[in-house]
Design a protein around this ligand. Structure first.
Ligand SMILES: [Zn+2]
Length: 190
């Protein structure tokens, strides 16, 4: 009977974990990639319909003001990044290659992928060697590398683990608190 109870509790824990867990980092990556897709598709449309020369480096704000008109090329959408650090830029080279990038996530398709902690989230970004001759692009890659050295605060660490696995994180946290109380009590002979 006891064993049955134990199996039932374990089953409940696993189901709850699956229901409540949320990989917020993956959702953020996906939203940002959707934005990059839209910007790249819009630029492709622009190139097909006009013979404009793309700038070597350009912010999203400049682009929608000067040539990538949202009503014509971006399905009337305003691009909003899923994090405050998701800022969009366009880069192009002498060969006529271009790409949109997010300052935090990098390009949509690159030759290097990096995984890094962004506050309480685990994110993924991509860089490409195609544009390394561009000084602005190089600066952006440095900024991405900088994020790989980020150390989350204890609060961000807890939120990340809670989002990924709420039940286990809660149980472990309660256990750690109880253990600390027990150790302090025995140390001071309370
Ligand atoms: Zn982004």
């Amino acid at each position: 009977m006891k064993r049955l109870k134990f199996i039932f509790i374990m089953f409940f824990v696993f189901i709850s974990t699956a229901v409540f867990s949320a990989n917020v980092g993956r959702e953020i990556n996906s939203k940002c990639r959707q934005n990059l897709k839209l910007l790249n598709a819009g630029t492709e449309k622009l190139i097909k319909s006009t013979s404009c020369n793309l700038p070597k480096w350009c912010t999203y704000k400049q682009a929608i003001k000067d040539f990538l008109y949202p009503d014509k090329y971006l399905e009337n959408k305003t691009i909003v990044g899923p994090t405050p650090d998701c800022e969009y830029y366009m880069v192009s080279n002498d060969k006529g290659e271009y790409d949109w990038l997010c300052y935090l996530h990098g390009v949509l398709e690159g030759d290097k992928t990096m995984s890094f902690r962004y506050h309480e989230h685990q994110l993924q970004g991509k860089t490409t060697s195609k544009f390394m001759a561009n000084e602005e692009y190089k600066k952006h890659v440095q900024s991405m590398l900088h994020w790989t050295e980020y150390t989350p605060t204890p609060k961000e660490f807890f939120i990340y683990h809670y989002n990924m696995n709420p039940i286990v994180t809660t149980v472990l946290s309660v256990f750690i608190v109880l253990l600390s109380v027990y150790l302090i009590k025995s140390f001071f002979n309370l």
